[in-house]
Design a protein around this ligand. Structure first.
Ligand code: RUB
Length: 351
């Protein structure tokens, strides 16, 4: 396991904010439900525990749960001494946790497909090498898409982002949306970020602000319903969000509330971008409305910090993602450049 330990040491020296890593034979992750109050490291030693941590949002964000899937396969290889059946079973457990973010399914399937065709006798090293390759690839994407996206940002721009599409939702540089913002800031551009709080988990308030603060990027918090008025006031120049899945026609699945920001942006002639990578495009999905959308427990909406905020009989709904139709999207920022409509053609370049 020397390779992954050496790489982890290197990543930690590169000013990355790692959501998940391997140390002393255990998986460690930052408990994102506790941020920003506590930087608690959560230690995991079974695939079942990791699946639970993905389900209950201890680790979250499409890129990060994709990597959690990869680490889960490595953990299974460690615990089962490289048994193929155990690895396949672990893959099913991991993939069943959250249905919308496609990186999780694609990453686990990539590892399962590769072990199916492996006939050597050191499965552990084989899976370790595959996991390193996946993490390095994703980090590479973050740097590349960050640079392409930063070209869209002008000095003096104010940028709205929703939920948290940053380092802890990705591989550690800046995930997707925040890779663009971080790269623009590192180029010396004078920018200001508006972060919408993102009810009910408050990823925007808790985690986006946490990372922006770490990097010294000026930011202001908005509640989710404020963006339209702020756009009418001329206070928001661009919108950049991440993506949990992009359909082949460019429709975007992202955190619930994204569609409302996109509609407001269209009505106010404000460019709306999603930052993503080829890995998040679901070429089999023709239309975003056909994708599986996770509905979470209504208690996550009726309760705040464990406290009921409605009547006992009040029902609630929590679709965790929504679908933004491609016609509201000004460009899809990827590791190969900014794709423009018609997306059915431009996204094919990423296949
Ligand atoms: C996270 C979420 C993020 C996306 C996109 O949802 O919707 O906006 O993951 O970010 P949750 P990225 O908190 O429910 O996992 O493209 O960087 O992953």
């Amino acid at each position: 396991m020397k390779r992954i330990y050496d790489l982890t040491k290197q990543w930690k020296e590169e000013e990355l904010i790692l959501p998940i890593w391997l140390e002393d034979g255990n998986i460690k992750l930052i408990d994102q439900t506790k941020l920003p109050f506590e930087e608690k490291v959560y230690i995991i030693d079974t695939v079942e525990e990791l699946a639970k941590a993905i389900k209950n949002m201890t680790i979250r964000g499409s890129g990060a749960i994709g990597l959690a899937g990869a680490y889960g396969m490595l953990l299974s290889a460690i615990n089962s001494k490289g048994n193929k059946d155990s690895l396949r079973e672990a893959g099913q457990i991991l993939k069943s946790t959250r249905p919308t973010a496609i990186n999780l399914m694609k990453t686990v399937d990539e590892i399962i497909n590769s072990i199916d065709s492996y006939n050597g006798n050191d499965m552990l090293s084989f899976v370790e090498a595959k996991v390193c390759e996946i993490i390095e690839r994703q980090l590479g994407y973050e740097h590349k898409l960050g640079k392409y996206g930063a070209e869209l940002i002008n000095d003096g721009d104010t940028i709205l982002t929703h939920c948290h599409s940053g380092a802890l939702a990705g591989a550690g540089y800046g995930g997707r949306a925040l890779s663009v913002i971080r790269a623009a800031f590192e180029q010396g551009k004078d920018i200001h970020v508006f972060s919408s709080e993102t009810r009910p988990y408050l990823q925007g308030a808790r985690i986006t602000s946490y990372e922006l603060e770490k990097w010294g990027i000026p930011h202001t918090l908005l509640t989710d319903g404020m963006s339209g008025y702020m756009m009418r006031l001329g206070r928001i120049h661009k919108v950049i969000v991440g993506s949990d899945r992009v359909a082949s026609n460019g429709d975007l699945l992202n955190k619930i509330g994204t569609y409302m920001h996109a509609l407001a942006a269209k009505a106010n002639n404000i460019p709306f971008y999603t930052a993503t990578s080829s890995h998040t495009i679901d070429f089999k999905l023709k239309n975003g409305m056909d994708a599986p959308v996770e509905f979470r427990d209504e208690e996550e909406v009726t309760h705040l910090n464990g406290q009921l905020i409605t009547q006992l009989s009040t029902e609630a709904l929590y679709p965790s993602f929504d679908v933004t139709p491609n016609e509201l999207i000004s460009g899809i920022i990827t590791e190969k450049g900014v794709m423009k409509a018609p997306y059915l053609d431009s996204l094919l370049k990423l296949k």
